[in-house]
Design a protein around this ligand. Structure first.
Ligand SMILES: Nc1ncnc2c1ncn2[C@@H]1O[C@H](COP(=O)(O)OP(=O)(O)OP(=O)(O)O)[C@@H](O)[C@H]1O
Ligand SMILES: [Mg+2]
Length: 368
């Protein structure tokens, strides 16, 4: 069991700063997920915890002991990669036992630990097969089994499910959640997949260009994103962002409007790196699930026209063009009826809306 603490952790490859000072406490038994766009440093940070990547500065501690210079094998950490890295010429049993064999464990110890891992992962019937006789999900279980038998204090997973198809990914996601529950182990998990992040994590760390944008429980990040980046990253379909002008503002909130939005008071202030004032253009964030469309033109504060209705079964997603030309997405339960071309107005609870100061970097990337 282990608590892992990162203090101002930095990593540079030559002159390129890849991890720019990360502070994070991973509590004993916690499931922490790193998310963020490709290249933001998720794998690098995980590899620094594993000891596979040198730390340029800052400290990494496990159970209060600084381990910056400790060899990977001495950290009591096991890592599971996206590519399973299992040996094709060995049986499943030999693959799972591999680390124990290298460490010179007795046959009795190997048998006991391997059988226990097989039981936990429900692969007792697969133990004498070779990897070529397994499905992708079963191979990934072998890789996880190999980590389990080492009885690590911390499990690290780097996108372990991204090579699997959607159905298998869901099964394995549940298995990893169950494994965490059964072993009560500390786990750090990297993924691109926000559903994996939301469902597995006790705590999500959102990374961007080597810096932490926000740390919190899944629902905390969902309901209280600290900036435009986090708001746009979590939630499906993504949050809508409208450019609006602040017409009034006090300590408790502000009134905003634009060409398609009647003045509405939002009981919060714009969040983000910079301060905002009356007259500024900010982003109004509205989750697709919190918009209520109506064909009565007087019933809402936002006005637009239906462009497309997409039926997903459990949800119907309606694309709208607002009267100022902005696109907006609304997510409705099951088979709501809104035919193409229909004029609608939309209402929303102001307390469920978010305001953010603009993010120049995000706007630059959105144009490309
Ligand atoms: N050995 C290296 N030398 C130089 N730059 C590197 C090295 N390893 C990684 N990088 C750079 O560090 C940055 C972070 O890489 P990293 O692999 O941690 O990203 P990631 O968040 O895991 O991305 P992905 O989601 O695509 O796996 C990238 O810009 C990458 O090009
Ligand atoms: Mg990676």
């Amino acid at each position: 069991m282990a608590q892992v603490v990162l203090k101002n952790l930095k990593k540079s490859f030559g002159t390129v700063d890849v991890i720019k000072g990360v502070d994070l406490t991973i509590e004993d038994g916690e499931f922490v997920v790193f998310v963020g766009p490709s290249g933001c440093g998720k794998s690098t940070l995980l590899r620094m915890i594993a000891g596979l990547e040198d730390i340029s500065s800052g400290t990494l501690s496990i159970n209060g002991q600084v381990v910056n210079d400790l060899q990977p094998k001495d950290r009591k950490i096991a890592m599971v990669f996206q590519s399973y890295a299992i040996f094709p010429h060995m049986t499943v049993r030999e693959n799972v036992a591999f680390g124990l064999t290298i460490a010179g464990a007795s046959k009795a110890e190997k048998d006991a630990k391997v059988n226990e891992a097989a039981r936990i992962l429900q692969m007792e019937h697969l133990m004498e097969r070779r990897p070529s006789q397994l499905s992708g999900g079963q191979r990934q279980r072998v890789a996880i089994g190999r980590a389990i038998v080492r009885e690590p204090s911390v499990f690290l997973f780097d996108e372990p499910l991204s090579n699997l198809d959607a159905a298998l990914r869901m099964d394995m996601r549940m298995e990893i959640g169950k494994l965490h529950h059964d072993l009560s182990a500390t786990m750090v998990y990297v993924t691109h997949d926000q559903v994996e992040a939301m469902t597995l994590a006790d705590k999500i760390v959102v990374l961007r260009s080597g810096s932490v944008m926000q740390i919190g429980s899944p629902m905390d990040l969902y309901h209280n994103p600290a900036n435009l980046f986090v708001a746009g990253f979590l939630g499906a379909p993504s949050m809508n962002f409208l450019d609006v002008t602040i017409t009034e503002m006090d300590d408790t909130g502000c009134t905003v409007r634009n060409g398609a939005l009647d003045p509405v008071r939002i009981p919060s202030l714009p969040k983000g790196d910079t301060a905002a004032k009356v007259g500024d253009t900010v982003k109004l964030g509205l989750r697709p699930q919190y918009l209520i469309p109506s064909i009565d033109p007087a019933s809402g504060t936002l006005h637009g026209k239906v462009i497309l209705t997409e039926r997903l079964g459990s949800e119907t997603v309606v694309d709208l063009a607002l009267t100022d030309g902005t696109k907006l997405i609304v997510a409705l339960p099951e088979d709501a009826q809104f035919e193409r071309g229909r004029e609608v107005s939309l209402s929303f609870g102001p307390a469920r809306a978010h305001l953010f100061t603009p993010d120049p970097e995000l706007q630059a990337s959105a144009k490309h």
